[in-house]
Structures are given as C-alpha cells and as structure tokens.
Unconditional design. Structure first.
Length: 138
C-alpha cells in the first residue's frame, strides 16, 4: 500500500531517475524540481507537501537553501540524499532538523524514511494544534 503523502523531490534531472521511481512506487503524489528556484515555486503554491527530499548540491544552491525555503513556505519534513561515502555530513544535516537518505537508494530504505518523515510531521502538526487549542499560557 502506498504512503498517503505529497513529496517534492529536488534533484537534477540526470541524477533523480532511481529515487523518483522509488518515491513514485511508495507514495501517492510526487512532484520533481531540478533546482532551488523550481522548488521554491512549488513551495509557494497551494500544494501542501508533507516531505521534501533534496540532493546535497543543486545547480543554484544546496540542501540548506531548500531547508530555508521549506521553513519559510511550509512546514514539511526535509530529507537529504547523500552518498553513503559522505556519512560525515549526516551530523550537520541532523542538526539542521532534516533526515538522511543514503545513496545508493534501496527501495525499502526510501519507503521507511518517507514513512518516518510523514509520521514526524503528523506528530509535530498534532502537537502544534494541541498547543493552539489550549490557548495562551498563563
């Protein structure tokens, strides 16, 4: 069964085929952007994204640019795709509040990572709604 989520993949066309196929296999809605500018356009639209998966380097920015755009436009979980040989970078990514997906992409890992991100977003949005319903703190 597919994960009910809208996912934005931000990755250059020549790099994204395998990951795009894995995402399309495990989620209900996937849109792809080739660079930060396209991603920002999608993020400003009225389409709600639960998860944004981005490459580390993009033609007009990097994963940090995508995280900044996601925070400014939507409250989606961000997952950064990195080569398994670049595990050092994962600490920095985790500290920025994103999750990591290691290349080469295993379909089961992709599914688990996306499901985890959807669950985290659900918990976070539910906690925010509970706090707002409780009213101002005394």
């Amino acid at each position: 069964m597919k994960i009910d989520a809208r996912v934005l993949l931000v990755m250059a066309r020549h790099r994204r085929t395998a990951l795009l196929e894995a995402l399309e296999e495990c989620t209900t809605h996937v849109l792809a952007a080739s660079n930060c500018m396209e991603a920002q356009s999608f993020l400003r639209s009225r389409l709600p994204f639960q998860v944004i998966v981005t490459d580390t380097a993009l033609p007009d920015g990097d994963w940090k640019t995508v995280i900044d755009a996601a925070g400014a436009c939507q409250h989606a979980e961000v997952v950064v795709a990195i080569p398994s040989t670049d595990a050092r970078r994962s600490g920095e990514i985790y500290r920025c509040g994103a999750d990591v997906l290691f290349e080469p992409f295993d379909r089961d890992d992709v599914r688990c990572t996306i499901q985890s991100a959807v669950n985290a977003r659900y918990v976070r949005s539910g906690a925010a709604a509970t706090l707002m319903a409780a009213g101002p703190a005394l």
